[in-house]
Design a protein around this ligand. Structure first.
Ligand code: GRF
Length: 222
């Protein structure tokens, strides 16, 4: 945190529609997140609709090209970060970001990048993770054990597994994908005839509340 600036400055990283970004924008504009501001929005996709959302609200927004043009041996002092992670780090520092919110960001961040922002990177995952984020099973509130769905297509994975309950959570990001401590989560019952699209839309409604709640919690412990 910058001690001269008491607000929590968010860097929101997106790759797509940005509906979770919109939830944060709305919460800030509606005074539901006092002392929180969005310092920067970064997209790794030039045509991400979330960039338009950011610009509409006059937020600094940038498309960060993922192309790696420089051979790793020329990248100092952190050769274990990718070139785009080095550029991302510079941007986040320039905009004095305190908390990085992965809101549909579709690139894995390496350990060397994450080490710089210990406990300051959070992610929204459209499936249920146990409290500490690790392990292969999750016990739902009705006592049923279900597998933990990580990585891509977690919504479809839940449908394919035939589970009755899934959900979403916001968790701290660790080098292992979708395996960090959970900040908040909510279970969602899967309905008859549900498709990946309909279920994901319903999960997103839940996520829009969860992401605001998670940022509030991070603000309260800063
Ligand atoms: C969310 O469902 C989130 O769980 C996943 O990516 C999706 C992003 O949606 N990580 P949006 O771009 O915020 O609408």
């Amino acid at each position: 945190m910058n001690s001269q600036n008491p607000s929590l400055r968010l860097g929101v990283l997106i790759s797509g529609s940005g509906s979770n970004l919109q939830a944060l924008i709305d919460a800030i504009e509606n005074q539901q997140l006092p002392g929180v501001e969005i310092a920067l929005v970064v997209s790794n996709k030039a045509d991400a609709y979330g960039l338009q959302r950011a610009l509409k609200h006059r937020l600094p927004a940038i498309y960060l090209i993922a192309h790696e043009s420089i051979a790793p041996e020329f990248i100092a002092p952190k050769p274990t970060m990718s070139e785009s992670e080095i550029r991302l780090t510079a941007l986040l520092r320039l905009f004095q970001v305190d908390l990085i919110v992965l809101a549909g960001w579709m690139r894995i961040l390496r350990a060397a990048f994450l080490q710089q922002f210990h406990q300051r990177v959070i992610n929204i995952h459209p499936a249920l993770l146990p409290d500490d984020g690790t392990g292969k099973t999750y016990t739902t509130s009705d006592g049923t054990q279900i597998p933990v769905f990580r990585g891509l297509h977690a919504v479809q994975q839940a449908l394919d597994a035939g589970v009755k309950i899934t959900g979403s959570c916001v968790h701290f990001v660790t080098p292992e994908v979708d395996a960090g401590p959970v900040i908040c989560r909510q279970e969602v019952a899967i309905e008859e005839g549900e498709t990946e699209e309909t279920l994901h839309e319903r999960l997103k409604v839940v996520e829009h509340r969860l992401i605001v709640e998670a940022v509030k919690r991070c603000k309260s412990v800063e």
